[in-house]
Design a protein around this ligand. Structure first.
Ligand code: ADP
Ligand code: ASP
Ligand code: MG
Length: 408
């Protein structure tokens, strides 16, 4: 009997009818003779609403309380889904992340899975149950055992991690689009659905804003070689396979475009250009679990320089509270921030060792009159930081100029 892991996202379980629809799909997988483990997200906008509520109550809610609060969203949907399956005549049991044996580190709101003990899940499967696991959460094994969450979009990571630990045949991610497209289909109507995509390319797209997959889910998929299917939870359509050997579709092309509007820029103006300054700024940021992207240091004049970097917008206040005292202590001039920016990235292994992609991207943006503020690259990605107001124009123009709607 094959074991499959299915994951249903928030929009797929947004109301009672949709939960019943998902239950029918799960029942079908069970009828086909599979052991089925299901991971479910919170209903619709539940997570956002819980965050709003917390901030109405307390301007700086504690991260322990916030995590426990947010974990309830997934508990609600998992119980309702188990009830829907029982109504259809199937045996089902819902489990929280902790009950499912998911242990994490102690980093609230961005916890990483350390270990999964799948014993309880196996026991329930052996009893003939369909197992519904609340996504996005685990329990920390620090001094105290506390409920943690895995970061926004983290139910994907729960699903892939469970698939890896249970040795599942496949991890199926069901969502509100039919697969992974060359760009967000809600922004680019001509975006093309990909038959398959390699882990490496998917990881870059996910890390740079294509929220159809949580980046850490892709990382785990690659690490444990779990094939991942991304498909619609509403219609039967083939979807996209994320796997090791993606088709050689086109070797000399960009594969997709991602954008991310969760970007803030910090410029530290007029700091002395001597060894240790960058460490003094970035070490405390790392200790506070603030992830810093795109770092640029200007050439110094009279041994004074400027340093610019980006952080996620929701990390900006925390980042400034760390950086400002450091800048003061080294007698830097000031810190300037900008939260009206976005990242646009083109991704493709075909770009590796092939000149011309960056120049073409800059030309396209120039023709749209879009100013590039910062640039970063990896071997298979080029990212430009631009004004948030121009993101849609940038993505659409790049999609057209790189001919991504065409199959070859
Ligand atoms: P779920 O709630 O099912 O986890 P998400 O909202 O997290 O769904 O992810 C699905 C959304 O990802 C889509 O509705 C789409 O707008 C967005 N998206 C961004 N980039 C892409 C892409 N390249 N391909 C498909 N969807 C994308
Ligand atoms: N409910 C969580 C979120 O909205 C996790 C998820 O949906 O994957 O981010
Ligand atoms: Mg998601």
């Amino acid at each position: 009997m094959a074991l499959i892991v299915q994951k249903y996202g928030g929009s797929s379980v947004a109301d009672a009818e949709k939960i019943k629809n998902v239950a029918r799909r799960i029942a079908k997988a069970k009828d086909e003779g599979n052991h089925v483990v299901v991971v479910v997200s919170a209903m619709g906008h539940t997570t956002n609403n819980l965050i709003k509520l917390a901030y109405q109550i307390n301007e700086q809610p504690g991260d322990r309380e916030l995590d426990l609060l947010l974990s309830t969203g997934e508990i609600v949907s998992s119980t309702l889904l188990a009830m829907a399956l029982e109504t259809l005549g199937y045996k089902a049991v819902s489990l929280t992340g902790a009950q499912a044996g998911i242990t994490t580190d102690t980093v609230h709101s961005q916890a990483r899975i350390l270990k999964i003990d799948p014993e309880r899940i196996r026991k329930e499967l052996d009893k003939g149950n369909i197992v519904i696991v609340a996504g996005f959460q685990g329990i920390s094994k620090g001094e105290e055992e506390d409920i943690t969450t895995l970061g926004r979009g983290g139910s994907d990571t729960t699903a892939v991690a469970l698939a890896a630990s249970l040795g599942a045949e496949i991890c199926q991610i069901y969502t509100d689009v039919e697969g992974v497209y060359t760009a967000d289909p809600h922004l680019v109507p001509h975006a093309r659905k990909l038959k398959d995509i390699g882990y490496e390319e998917m990881l870059e797209l996910a890390s740079y804003g294509a929220r159809v997959m949580h980046n850490r889910a892709v990382e785990l998929g690659e690490l444990y070689n779990v094939p991942i299917l991304v498909a619609s939870s509403f219609i039967d359509s083939p979807g996209t396979i994320i796997c090791k050997e993606a088709s050689m579709e086109v070797k000399n092309k960009a594969r997709g475009i991602a954008y991310d509007t969760n970007v803030s820029k910090v410029t530290v103006v007029g700091v002395p250009d001597h060894p240790g300054i960058a460490a003094a700024i970035f070490e405390p940021l790392a200790r506070a679990n603030i992830s810093v992207d795109t770092i640029v240091q200007n050439a110094s004049i009279n041994n004074i320089t400027d340093l610019t970097f980006t952080v996620a917008r929701n990390d900006l206040i925390k980042a400034m509270s760390i950086v400002e005292p450091v800048v003061k202590s080294v007698e830097g001039k000031q810190c300037v921030t900008d939260s009206t920016l976005a990242k646009v990235s083109i991704v493709g292994t075909g770009m590796q060792n092939t000149p011309g992609y960056a120049a073409r991207m800059f030309r396209t943006l120039h023709e749209q009159g879009i100013n590039i503020q910062l640039i970063t690259t990896s071997e298979i990605r080029i990212t430009c930081i631009i004004s948030e107001a121009r993101v849609k124009d940038a993505v659409q123009a790049l999609h057209q100029d790189f001919e991504l709607e065409k199959e070859t």
